[in-house]
Design a protein around this ligand. Structure first.
Ligand code: BGC
Ligand code: ZN
Length: 365
């Protein structure tokens, strides 16, 4: 079968490989699931992997099959799999367990290991191939009615985890009814975070760099959220003028904005950070003021990465709710389909000169 791979450590090495089709027998205890891949989304992480800034091949191999935003249909299951059957639409999780206590209890997204395993990213082949095989433990069934948007589930889980963690943390307050939220970034994650917060009935202001109107700001406004360009006003100035935020979800990829966000948080508020920033930017900040306000206002800041199975399940539910509430809104994020694995170069083009691109994805089959 065909697959798209990179040579980790070699910039721009993305290429097509031929490899044997996997079989359910490769998974122990009869728990294998063979998935025929239908669509795979790409994002900034894939771009970084192809630029050799990130990513590693499985041990003993010199290439890594990329793709971590998978969507497919079950082709065959092992004898011990009863919860999935051929024809089911599925998405596989990305992170695989390491050895820490958090991995042992099924929350491998919270691992304290230094090395982690992620399909399509680090030490495990990904989903940009015609088929993949996986343990049923890591394969999540999604409703048939979501088949046109199932490829958005993995990015959706990043949002689910961040927001769920915020609510978990806020149980410290006995009662927490967030009224106003800000989302920083209007890309796929920012759009999905706006959606999830709007589904909860929270007032949302989403900040992006570009001036409205454009597709992303239109989509945000259709959710009943407000779009603001940071070229017009900085986040903390907006908060001074219009009120601070109970919850802020950061997804810009631009780390200095975190310190602005810290100054836009309401008392008892929580700031969720989700950007993976591989660079070495420095920032000068009003440290005393930020610290004092955090202390006097009982504010919280939390980082979040990846997602375990429960967030794939809750993500699918929110996507179903989104279809009921907002119709084809999710489908409109799928701006750049690329047909066939052999056209992988177009996928990377869409990622690099991303004008008008929200989600680029490969129609594998
Ligand atoms: C993926 C996450 C992953 C993170 C860090 C993101 O692009 O969506 O699943 O944990 O990169 O590798
Ligand atoms: Zn990703």
């Amino acid at each position: 079968m065909k697959a798209i791979a990179v040579k980790p450590g070699v910039p721009g090495s993305v290429h097509l490989v031929e490899m044997p089709r996997p079989s359910v027998e490769e998974v122990p205890k009869g728990r294998g699931v063979l998935v025929k891949v239908l669509r795979v989304g790409v994002d900034g992480t894939d771009k970084e992997i192809n630029s050799a800034e990130y990513g590693a091949a499985p041990e003993g191999e010199d290439f890594l099959v990329i793709g971590h935003e998978g969507f497919g249909v079950v082709e065959e299951v092992g004898p011990a799999v009863s919860d999935l059957k051929p024809g089911d639409y599925v998405v596989a999780t990305v992170r695989r367990p390491g050895g820490s206590i958090y991995d042992l209890i099924g929350t491998n997204d919270m691992t304290t290991d230094d090395q982690y395993f992620e399909r399509g990213i680090n030490l495990r082949h990904g989903f940009l191939s015609e088929y993949y095989v996986e343990d049923a433990e890591f394969v999540v069934k999604i409703p048939r009615g979501l088949k046109n948007v199932g490829v958005l589930l993995e990015p959706m889980t990043v949002v689910q985890k961040g927001i769920t963690q915020a609510y978990e943390i806020q149980r410290r307050l006995r009662v927490w009814r967030p009224r106003r939220a800000a989302v920083l970034g209007a890309g796929t994650i920012g759009l999905l975070a706006t959606l999830v917060l709007r589904l909860k009935g929270i007032e949302v202001v989403t900040f992006g760099r570009s001036q409205r109107p454009y597709l992303n700001s239109d989509l945000i406004e259709e959710l009943g959220a407000q779009y603001v360009s940071t070229e017009d006003i900085a986040v903390q100035d907006f908060a001074v003028k219009n009120g601070a935020f109970d919850l802020i979800f950061e997804a810009t990829g631009f780390s200095p904005i975190v310190f602005d966000a810290m100054q836009a948080l309401e008392k008892n508020g929580v700031l969720v950070l989700s950007s993976v920033t591989g660079g070495d930017r420095k920032a000068e900040v009003p440290a005393d003021k930020i610290n004092l306000d955090f202390v006097l206002g009982n504010r919280v800041m939390v980082g979040t990465v990846n997602a375990n199975r429960e967030y794939f399940e809750s993500g699918a539910k929110d996507m179903a709710a989104a279809v009921l509430e907002y119709g084809d809104w999710l489908e409109r994020l799928l701006t750049h389909p690329v047909h066939g694995l052999e056209n992988y170069e177009q996928l990377f083009e869409a990622l690099t000169n991303g004008n008008g691109v929200i989600k680029a994805f490969c129609e594998v089959a």
